[in-house]
Design a protein around this ligand. Structure first.
Ligand SMILES: [Zn+2]
Length: 336
């Protein structure tokens, strides 16, 4: 584990406290859902657990100020229950936030700042894979009313909007409906997330989308060759749009042999060298990953990233951007 001098430790503590730390992806809502009979009880957001990665006490200990909670509705290509599952997840999300004073749903950049000022964690609701919409833009508008502020058009499969990375055989582009969905998201104020999309649809989004998009939980393919990670050309295109990519802690996307805090920060180094410090952030994928890199075992270990960035002599301002400032810049533009 990283050894820092006393002065570096003090600097890291100060910066982490000063930062508004943003994590753009976790799957914790799945763990909070009522469990089938016979399985272990669901976790509660307000209770510290020794399993999984995120609950409110651990977010607070890790200094995470804005946490995106993703609604992921299942692995099957066609998910007939996806809409109901997403509604149930929305219900669990709202009830768990209501039950805890320390966290509050935010629907805009302004509300994130207000929550932070009030000493609360700001929660952001997202849809991972557009299956719950069943190809209906009315459903998109309703989920926006229910609080969704970030959405990816696919998980790994094909949806009525686009192709996920496991459905890339045709090398397809966005469908007409996919283009309309992006326009409607711009009109409503929903952040477009490109994590999990096929490469060919990625480039079509890059053509079609005006303004920034994000990759909420994706790393660099040049460092770790996996289709969930972005090529250098994709990273340059994302940067040209003013976008941000959130670093994913899944060991398979960090380093196949040696996933650690240090090899995760190597991805941050790579992006910074490629396009500067304005396009990288955090997107842990906590509670969606079976194992974690050494040094990033759960939300309480988030300050280790700050410590490693201090050790690598990043400037204070750049660390603040990476910890959350960059994502906040995009939020301010799309969901002011
Ligand atoms: Zn994912």
């Amino acid at each position: 584990m990283t050894k820092l001098t006393k002065k570096q430790e003090e600097r890291a503590t100060r910066i982490h406290r000063e930062a508004l730390v943003v994590d753009t992806h976790c799957d914790t809502l799945m763990k909070l859902m009522p469990q089938p009979r016979g399985s272990p009880p669901a976790r509660r957001l307000g209770e510290r657990s020794d399993t999984g990665h995120i609950d409110l006490p651990r977010l607070q200990e890790g200094g995470i100020d804005c946490q995106t909670f993703a609604m992921y509705t299942g692995k099957r290509e066609n998910q007939p229950d996806a809409t109901l599952t997403a509604l149930q997840m929305t219900d669990v999300y709202k009830r768990e936030c209501e039950a805890n004073d320390g966290i509050t749903p935010a629907h805009s950049h302004r509300e994130i700042l207000e929550a932070h000022k009030a000493g609360k964690v700001a929660a952001l609701l997202s849809i991972e894979g557009a299956e719950p919409l069943q190809g209906d833009l009315g459903a998109l508008r309703i989920f926006h009313r229910l609080g969704v502020r970030m959405l990816s058009l696919t998980w790994n499969w094909r949806t009525p909007f686009a192709d996920g990375l496991n459905a890339d055989r045709t090398g397809g582009k966005l469908t007409d409906l996919g283009v309309q969905a992006i326009q409607e998201m711009d009109r409503l104020g929903i952040v477009l997330d490109v994590s999990h999309i096929s490469d060919s649809c990625y480039w079509d989004i890059d053509d079609q989308k005006k303004g920034p998009y994000i990759a909420s939980h994706s790393n660099c393919r040049d460092i770790c060759d996996h289709p969930r990670n972005l090529t250098d050309d994709m990273i340059k295109a994302l940067a040209d749009h003013g976008g941000v990519m959130g670093m994913n802690f899944a060991p398979a996307f960090v380093d196949k042999e040696n996933a650690t805090l240090e090899t995760l920060v190597d991805h941050i180094d790579h992006i910074t060298e490629l396009v500067g410090p304005d396009h990288v952030g955090l997107g842990s994928d906590f509670d969606g990953i079976g194992s974690t890199p050494f040094g990033l075992e759960d939300a309480t270990k988030m300050p280790n990233i700050t410590r490693e960035l201090v050790k690598r002599e990043y400037a204070d301002d750049d660390i603040l951007k990476i910890l959350g400032g960059n994502h906040l810049r995009v939020f301010k533009e799309i969901i002011p």
